[in-house]
Design a protein around this ligand. Structure first.
Ligand SMILES: Nc1ncnc2c1ncn2[C@@H]1O[C@H](COP(=O)(O)OP(=O)(O)OP(=O)(O)O)[C@@H](O)[C@H]1O
Length: 265
């Protein structure tokens, strides 16, 4: 099978600061302030053309960081990603310019992707219609609700016809009708054999839509493979986690936080 995405040994480190002044000092005297922290650690996997892969993991496990790195929006600290084709990311905070109107955002995004003016004029009405934003399309994006931003982001991304589509929680903010329309569009993409990554806390949606799952636990790859093999393991973990008392969950999270600080590397 043809590979569409190769993720090789990706690590993403951030720094945690106790005070804002530490951040400033760290800029002036690099490496002196702040504690290094792994958002992702040594993550490797390969996706084949036509794969629909769900990213699962509890809050803060690194799903969005991985999505942003695959989309080329965030650079990894170490490792590399090879993508075979045009990539688009649909996320709640989806790289829209808040000062520009919806229409201007469509034009800007398409120009940046190398579309010529005629093609933009041709696609623009379709994008606007799909987004169902009506006259809001000529209002600045800063006046949009998160659902409206998601509609615009989704509509632009699917109309630029990417080979690799990453959908990060974007369906959870829209209303039910729009989410259904998006799922329909995603099924079209699936039928065309495109590669898709899907981040959602809805296990039902995951099982319905993805045939593979990638489970991240506190920045590390816990399991990757067929949905029917990985999801039962993740569900068993969730059951155990949810059965813990608040105190036990806190302790568990603190232990994981320690694992992610660079002191243990
Ligand atoms: N820009 C940033 N600066 C510092 N830390 C960050 C940054 N972005 C993400 N992180 C940290 O990296 C870790 C992974 O975050 P990420 O958003 O990838 O998790 P997630 O699995 O998508 O979570 P959720 O399910 O809550 O959306 C978190 O602990 C987060 O605080």
């Amino acid at each position: 099978m043809e590979k569409s995405v190769i993720v090789k040994d990706i690590t993403k480190k951030y720094k945690l600061y106790n005070k804002n002044s530490e951040k400033l000092l760290d800029l002036l005297l690099p490496k002196s302030y702040g504690e290094e922290y792994f958002a992702l650690r040594n993550v490797s996997f390969e996706a084949e053309k036509g794969d629909v892969i769900g990213f699962v993991g509890v809050n803060g496990s690194g799903k969005s960081t991985l999505s942003n790195i695959i989309a080329g929006i965030v650079p990894p600290t170490d490792g590399n990603v090879q993508t075979n084709g045009k990539t688009a990311l649909i996320a709640v905070s989806s790289g829209l310019n808040n000062q520009l109107t919806g229409r201007e955002n469509i034009e800007l995004k398409m120009l940046m992707l190398g579309f010529d003016k005629n093609r933009i004029k041709e696609l623009e009405p379709e994008i606007i219609e799909f987004s169902e934003l009506g006259k809001f399309i000529d209002q600045p994006v800063k006046s949009y609700s998160s659902g409206m931003k998601s509609r615009l982001g989704f509509s632009i991304s699917v109309h630029i016809d990417p080979d690799i589509l990453i959908i990060d929680e974007a369906l959870s903010v829209g209303d039910k009708n729009f989410a259904e329309k998006c799922l329909e569009k995603m099924n079209e993409f699936k039928a065309k054999g495109k590669t898709m990554f899907f981040v959602s806390h809805s296990i039902g949606q995951m099982k319905k839509f993805c045939q593979k799952a990638l489970w991240l636990e506190y920045g590390e790859l816990k399991a990757y493979g067929a949905m029917k093999e990985v999801m039962p393991q993740y569900e068993a973990f969730l059951k155990e986690y949810n059965a813990m008392s608040k105190q036990e969950q806190k302790k568990y999270r603190e232990e994981q936080m320690k694992r992610r600080s660079s002191a243990l590397v």
